[in-house]
Design a protein around this ligand. Structure first.
Ligand SMILES: [Zn+2]
Length: 119
């Protein structure tokens, strides 16, 4: 944890959870962008925010939904002029569309041509 980043984020939050907005004593620094061992490279005032224990847990578990947390995060970024990077929202996979994209690459151009002629 970069102490300068932590201090800057803590100062910005001013004792309030940056998601629910309540004055809290249980604030912790949350990394919006990170994970997969790249956490430290992504650690900055723009990618971190102070969250209360409950918001931190809900954010981690996407409770009530990933869309909900993307909206909260988007509003936070708007407020400070930070670039907004949404978390992926799991959507039902359209297997037919995936097959259209993947099959020509797997089976070669002849299959791609076949798909095009049939369409
Ligand atoms: Zn909160």
């Amino acid at each position: 944890m970069n102490k300068a980043v932590f201090k800057a984020v803590e100062d910005r939050a001013g004792g309030r959870c940056e998601a629910c907005g309540f004055l809290r004593r249980d604030l912790t620094l949350d990394h919006w962008e990170g994970g997969n061992g790249r956490r430290r490279q992504h650690e900055s005032v723009e990618t971190c925010w102070m969250l209360c224990t409950r918001c931190n847990r809900d954010r981690t578990e996407n409770d009530p939904s990933a869309e909900f947390w993307n909206r909260i995060r988007s509003a936070h970024c708007d407020r400070y002029g930070y670039p907004y990077v949404p978390h992926l929202v799991k959507a039902p996979v359209n297997m037919a569309a995936v097959a259209e994209k993947v099959k020509p690459r797997i089976l070669g151009d002849s299959f791609g041509e076949l798909v095009k002629r049939k369409a």
